[in-house]
Design a protein around this ligand. Sequence first.
Ligand SMILES: [Zn+2]
Length: 148
Amino acid sequence: MKEMMTNTPDEVIERSRKVAVDITSVKKAISKSTGQTMLAFNMKGRAITDKEFYDLTIVFYVNKKSEGEKEITFEQVDQWAPTWVRCSCPYFQFFVEYVLDRNGSTVLRKNVTDNKPPKIRNPEEIPYVCKHLYKALPMALAAAKKVK
Ligand SMILES: [Zn+2]
């Protein structure tokens, strides 16, 4: 999460100030492939200037502190936690989805993205997030810390 936030351009951060997001659901699950506990947030967000609400997903991955630990607590989740993201907005699709997929931080949506590098919009292939996720990530992190 830290890297995606730090890399986000100033103009996107500026626009994120006009975004409102709400958490619509929170789910806890264990990853079958890695054994990590996952905490998934579904959210809705829009800026004042957006015509519609966009769907956001944020997943934090948490390792057990020790082998003997039975129950994962999310208090230890911080901005360094491995994080998976998705937003249904066009900016996410055209500027960062391909790059975040390469980085393991999202998965390209079939039939939505044309699976090509964003040569014009993000030629250096920097992993960052759209204004909706920029607003939503710290909110999800704060909420994660309170999940039992
Ligand atoms: Zn977005």
